[in-house]
Design a protein around this ligand. Structure first.
Ligand code: NAD
Ligand code: UGA
Length: 462
């Protein structure tokens, strides 16, 4: 039975997943390691607001297990050496250089981990791919690990993570399924069983699915592609709704009642964000192309093309509606995170909308309950559209929405934070320039109420 686990990568996945394993399995010592010292210090902070990842319910889980059987550390070698099972949960971003630039997954961090494990390990280990990886990565990891010549035996498992940010703890407590892929050899099956036994501490056996490694690796990319595809499909319909008098919320409800379609992931929006959907689909497209499957590649690429279009047209519509110029106008952004209940801003639609509007010389005023100014500037600067100084001039961050919206020409709702629904909208209206416009990129607010107050309200897809 496994008694000692290590996880390399203390990010949005490594932190919460290991915290939950530690909480549910007090008999297992779980050490989460990272090169990023600041991040590790934050995980060790007594102040729950300092944790590097904001997730509802996470602070309580960390508090219960940390120091008991959950540890956060920068001593990577030591943790690898001690562990019987090592999860690799490092980032796998889209490549920004060389072959496959802009599409393929950058596996340099994965390879570094594999080499480090190969160098350090003195006893047999089960290595678990927790990161999302291109199908067949396990064979590369195996090549690196089995060629060390030190006699250590490695088993490689794929155990992709399906949690969504904002609901990570609930998703980990009650996953729809846990997927574990491994070798079909007796040793492979034994390794699979060792990981099944860990999850079985709280996940019903019938929700723990075991497959071969390649099916597991590819299922993760497939799941994200299917989810993102639903969002792009409903967003495509939202544009058609706007032209025809149909209402996308009504259309989504009508089709979602068909049990073959189902109601989830049919919310029209300003476009999906997050660190994974785009990255994973681009990766899928790249893999398909590398096998010469061009129709398959084109099919999935369309999901991204549609998403880019949805973001772009949202910004264009603001400009058009504000009499074709936003130069010098204050536009308040409610929300910067890519979805509610997270402080994560990676690939958030808000970044792209702000970028387009700043190019038109608008002045952006942001309020997000969980995102800080330095992150907002970092996100904008990463696009390299203009100098950091110009970005700084174009965007300002506020501690509350009322200040952000004061004297604004328009409001853009970019994240569906619940608190936005509870505001005193009359007060916000009174302090804005008239006509006061709201562009609701999340179909979050009450159209009738806002129009009664006097706002000019525009939603997605109606
Ligand atoms: P992240 O960037 O938040 O965390 C990755 C961490 O790994 C960073 O803190 C980084 O410092 C660390 N790291 C990188 N190389 C290292 C090394 N050699 N040694 C030690 N630490 C190292 O990323 P994330 O959001 O947690 O995603 C991790 C993986 O999980 C990705 O493959 C992603 O696709 C996948 N995934 C993410 C989510 C999500 O919701 N964010 C969900 C499912 C799967
Ligand atoms: C997604 C998947 O849901 C997870 O299962 C997966 O583990 C994860 O990616 C990953 O691999 O990283 P996440 O990106 O955290 O999770 O959040 P989602 O709830 O999927 O939302 C993604 C984006 O789509 C958000 O910007 C959200 O606002 C948008 N979205 C989602 C819509 O616009 N409409 C919808 O109906 C649903």
């Amino acid at each position: 039975m496994i008694k000692n686990i290590c996880c390399i990568g203390a990010g949005y996945v490594g932190g919460p997943t290991m915290a939950v394993i530690a909480q549910k399995c007090p008999h297992i010592k779980v050490t989460v390691v990272d090169l990023n010292e600041e991040r590790i210090n934050s995980w060790n902070s007594e102040d729950e607001n300092e944790l590097p990842v904001y997730e509802p319910g996470l602070a309580a889980v960390v508090k219960e297990a940390r120091g008991r059987n959950l540890f956060f550390s920068t001593a990577v070698d030591q943790a690898i050496d001690d562990a019987e099972m090592i999860f690799i949960s490092v980032n796998t971003p889209t490549k920004t250089y060389g072959v496959g630039k802009g599409m393929a997954a950058d596996l340099k961090y994965i390879e570094l981990c594999a080499r480090q494990i190969a160098r350090v390990a003195k006893s047999d280990k089960i290595v678990v791919e927790k990161s999302t990886l291109p199908v067949r990565t396990a064979s590369a990891i195996k090549d690196i690990l089995t060629n060390t010549g030190n006699g250590v035996q490695f088993q490689i498992l794929s155990n992709p993570e399906f949690l969504a940010e904002g609901t990570a703890v609930a998703d980990l407590f009650q996953p729809d399924r846990v997927l574990i892929g491994g070798d079909t050899t007796p040793e492979g099956q034994k390794a699979i069983q060792a990981l099944v036994d860990i999850y079985a501490n709280w996940v019903p056996q019938d929700k723990i699915l075991t497959t071969n490694v390649w099916s597991s690796e590819l299922s993760k990319l497939t799941a994200n592609a299917f989810l993102a595809q639903r969002v792009s499909s409903i967003n495509a319909m939202s544009e058609l709704c706007e032209q025809t008098g149909a209402d996308v919320n009504e259309v989504a409800k009508a089709i979602g009642l068909d049990s073959r379609i189902g109601p989830k992931f049919l919310k029209a929006s300003v476009g999906f964000g997050g660190s994974c959907f785009q990255k994973d689909i681009l990766n899928l497209v790249y893999i398909a192309k590398s096998y010469g499957l061009h129709e398959v590649a084109d099919y999935w690429e369309q999901v991204i093309i549609m998403n880019d279009h949805q973001k772009r047209r949202f910004a264009k519509n603001i400009i058009k509606t504000l009499y074709n110029t936003v130069s010098g106008k204050k536009i308040a952004f409610l929300g910067w995170a890519f979805k509610k209940d997270t402080n994560d801003t990676r690939e958030s639609a808000a970044i792209y909308i702000a970028n387009d509007l700043i190019s038109e010389q608008a002045s952006i005023a942001v309020f997000d309950p969980k995102v800080e100014e330095k992150q907002i500037l970092k996100d904008l600067n990463a696009l390299e559209t203009r100098s950091a100084e110009t970005n700084q001039k174009g965007i300002q961050t506020f501690q509350n929405s009322y200040d952000a919206c004061e004297k604004a020409h328009a409001i853009a709702v970019l994240t569906e934070w619940d608190e936005f629904k509870t505001y005193d909208w009359q007060k916000i209206y009174d302090n804005m320039l008239k006509p006061a416009f709201i562009f609701d990129g999340r179909n979050l607010l009450d159209k009738n109420k806002l129009e009664e107050i006097g706002f000019v309200y525009q939603a997605i897809g109606s």
